[in-house]
Design a protein around this ligand. Structure first.
Ligand code: ADP
Ligand code: G6P
Length: 479
């Protein structure tokens, strides 16, 4: 077994095993913020990524991606159901997102979650050199830090939660709350998107584990667990360079012609998830059409909703409701050859997404709750000419950084309607000022800064951060 000095453990590998067709193995880029963010920094890094390839049954051996080794973890059908669809995505995901859908507490799922976390911990332990750093990601693997510490006390262990950490009163609903908290606090450094999360964890640790400490450090079993906020970001040079490519520009031009050269384009890009506020957004858009405040001849909406977690009941129901609503809106307000909304339920490659971002006059990102939301940052990175408006939910982690967006409470449909109109009617000079300020912010706080800050905080020495590619090298690689 080859070993690395840096091991990243995430539920998903950066490539998705889409092996269904004729037994042939086809790999495609995994959707979602975590895979996008980590791939940018790791594909040029000598490290091992431990994760699941997206299929069921024995794991395939995978080729290295440059200097990055991929170490697949296999899941059986029962494990997929109990661990991924069950405890991770039907219990923790809704609970951590303000319970916008009711979390399901099924006693059968816990043992599977724990067994699969143990398998990830064992794979990480096998992949790590003596004294290596292991960086565990997200809510699927919350028990891994402690399990790994038991297996390999020599390791430096980091944990980063990409989703929000809920307020204590919600976390306290979890039947296995104490084990989950203790599992995560097995790390040396626990990172969150927002400082509030570290505060919530300190309060819970005091209550459930009797620890002492503050928002940046907790004393547990004679060990100091450091905590802090490290807002995740995107590869800004990559998206900016992609958006400037002549082929992307001409695709964007063609899209604009196809959508109607004189129309304002309103765009949303989400995983099809109930936390993303798609239904509230459609309600607002449809009421603006109903009240005649926007007209199909002047404005067109494009809603990209990439399929996600399709075997989980809540997601199937959501897709049905959204598709019915889009059909209703187009039926009521569309004209022949001129729909009110273009709905695209499919994955896109990065260049196609960059072309869509280039085409959008108004980007609407209105999750009901979101750890960060990288789509908002990608839009800003793609608008190098300081045009376009970003409408952004106050409940996305990104809102703390993108203060110059048109911020909105997505639960307030009337407020959402007014904000959409404000963004559509905004003065170009005001838009340019806002976009410029937001791009300056993300340029400074990009994915390289995020990984560098986290890893430097983990090892104190900067040694780990030096293993990562510098932004310039990232820019030079082929897209
Ligand atoms: P989440 O992690 O909850 O999905 P984010 O906005 O943080 O939300 O990240 C979504 C990521 O997935 C972004 O990098 C975005 O570019 C990518 N993405 C979104 N929609 C699509 C799509 N239709 N095809 C391919 N990638 C997509
Ligand atoms: C969010 C989670 C990630 C997850 C992604 C896509 O970003 O924080 O951990 O990978 O959604 O979801 P999926 O279930 O397809 O991995």
């Amino acid at each position: 077994m080859r070993q690395s000095s840096l091991v990243v453990v995430a539920n998903r590998l950066p490539l998705d095993d889409n092996a269904a067709r004729d037994g042939a193995c086809e790999w495609r880029r995994s959707p979602g913020g975590l895979a996008s963010a980590l791939r940018s920094i790791l594909e040029q890094t000598p490290a091992t990524w431990v994760g699941w390839g997206g299929g069921i049954g024995p794991a395939r051996q995978l080729p290295d991606v440059g200097p990055l080794r991929l170490r697949p973890v296999a899941l059986t059908a029962d494990e997929l159901q109990g661990y991924y669809e069950g405890f991770a995505n039907s219990t923790l995901w809704p609970l951590y997102h303000d319970a916008v859908e009711p979390p399901v507490f099924d006693r059968g799922w816990w043992e599977t979650y724990r067994a699969v976390n143990r398998r990830f911990a064992e794979a990480a332990a096998e992949s790590a050199e003596p004294g290596a750093a292991v960086w565990v990601q997200d809510y699927h693997l919350q028990l891994v830090p402690q399990l790994l510490r038991e297996l390999r006390p020599d390791l430096l262990i980091g944990f980063f939660l990409h989703v929000p950490f809920p307020p204590p009163e919600l976390f306290m609903q979890l039947p296995r709350r104490t084990e989950l908290l203790r599992g995560m606090l097995g790390a040396d450094l626990v990172g969150f998107q927002r400082p509030q999360a570290a505060h919530n964890v300190a309060q819970l640790a005091a209550k459930l584990l009797g620890t002492q400490g503050a928002d940046d450090a907790i004393l547990l079993d004679g060990r100091v667990v450091r905590t802090g906020a490290f807002p995740v970001s995107i590869d800004v040079p990559e998206m900016t360079a992609l958006a400037a490519q002549p082929s992307v520009r001409s695709h964007a031009h063609q899209l604009r012609q196809d959508l109607g050269p004189h129309k304002r384009v309103v765009l949303s890009v989400d995983r099809l998830d109930y936390t993303k506020g798609i239904e509230h957004r459609l309600t607002a858009y449809s009421e603006l059409l109903r009240d005649g405040r926007i007209k199909v001849r002047d404005v067109v909406m494009v809603q990209v909703a990439v399929p996600s977690r399709e075997r989980v009941e809540n997601y199937r129901g959501l897709r049905d409701r959204i598709e019915r609503e889009v059909g209703r809106i187009n039926g009521e307000y569309g004209r022949v050859g001129e729909p009110a909304i273009h709905y695209l339920n499919q994955p896109f490659d990065r260049a196609d997404l960059a072309a869509l971002y280039q085409t959008a006059d108004v980007m609407v990102v209105t999750p009901l709750r979101d750890g960060m939301n990288l789509v908002a940052k990608e839009y800003v990175a793609a608008r190098a000419e300081d045009t376009g408006a970003l409408v952004l939910s106050e409940f996305a982690g990104a809102a703390a950084e993108l203060e110059d967006a048109f911020q909105v409470n997505p639960h307030d449909v009337d407020g959402l309607k007014e904000t959409l109109l404000r963004a559509l009617d905004a003065d170009p000079a005001d838009l340019a000022r806002r976009m410029h300020a937001m791009r300056e912010h993300i340029t400074e706080h990009d994915i390289h800064a995020w990984a560098g800050d986290y890893l430097t905080s983990l090892d104190h020495s900067g040694g780990l951060a030096r293993v990562l590619p510098r932004p310039k090298e990232a820019l030079a690689r082929p897209s």
